[in-house]
Design a protein around this ligand. Structure first.
Ligand code: SF4
Length: 221
């Protein structure tokens, strides 16, 4: 689907701007373009203390900043409080992806997003997390609604960013922008598990900081 076919969005009634939690540039690129083309006022909120190691965290963040700056979108760079993340993940180290550790991880990121929204005059939050086909959208939306419910006057927008060609354009934009292509979800446990799977399937371990999207890639990537 071409970029021109994108539908214009409107914010849910009663809201005039959006605080968009972003997990990374590839996931938020399409969401950002849709919001820009819809004339929606929004800011990016980057709070992802799950990402490990710091080298990977910085690459993902810088890619997101690069795209936000290109479009003059405010970028809020929040803490990298990994100690808190690891404290909350204690006992869940061997949980599978999409399990309770991920619920904790989404909760933590959305709680901080909702708090920032409350303290800075936003009434609506959302996230690029749900656009990835590797994620459980219901799990993400449940976490978003739960976090927003802790703060009076804050709502979570559970718009399905995958639909209307969103998932296809996400890849298209990633290639055009030559975004860094992360190869695991983000935390040290997802890195470990992805590497275990790769080795079992005769593939090399993940090398951080080397893989980028490009138009030369085939659509399987
Ligand atoms: S696998 Fe992804 S969502 Fe789950 S805990 Fe790790 S970083 Fe968070």
């Amino acid at each position: 689907m071409s970029k021109l076919e994108r539908q214009k969005l409107t914010l849910p009634k009663g809201h005039d701007k959006l605080l968009l939690h972003s997990c990374c540039a590839p996931c938020s690129g399409e969401v950002m373009e849709t919001l820009i083309e819809s004339g929606i006022d929004f800011s990016i909120f980057f709070y992802n203390p799950n990402i490990h190691p710091v080298k990977e965290y910085l690459i993902r963040k810088e890619e997101n900043i690069r795209f936000a700056e290109k479009h003059n979108i405010p970028f809020i760079d929040c803490d990298y409080d990994t100690d808190n993340w690891f404290a909350r993940a204690k006992g869940m180290e061997n949980e599978p992806e999409k399990g309770i550790r991920c619920t904790m991880c989404f909760d933590m990121r959305f709680e901080r997003t909702a708090l920032y929204a409350k303290e800075h005059g936003f009434s609506l939050i959302s996230s690029s997390l749900g656009i990835s086909r590797w994620k459980n959208m219901q799990q993400i939306n449940d976490c978003g609604h739960r976090s927003a419910s802790h703060y009076e006057g804050i709502s979570y927008w559970d718009y399905n960013w995958r639909k209307n060609g969103g998932a296809v354009r996400m890849l298209e934009i990633s290639k055009n922008e030559e975004f860094y292509q992360q190869e695991y979800c983000g935390c040290v446990y997802s890195l470990r598990d992805t590497n275990r799977w790769r080795m079992k399937n005769g593939r090399d371990r993940i090398q951080l900081g080397v893989k980028f999207y490009s138009n030369a890639m085939d659509d399987e990537n």
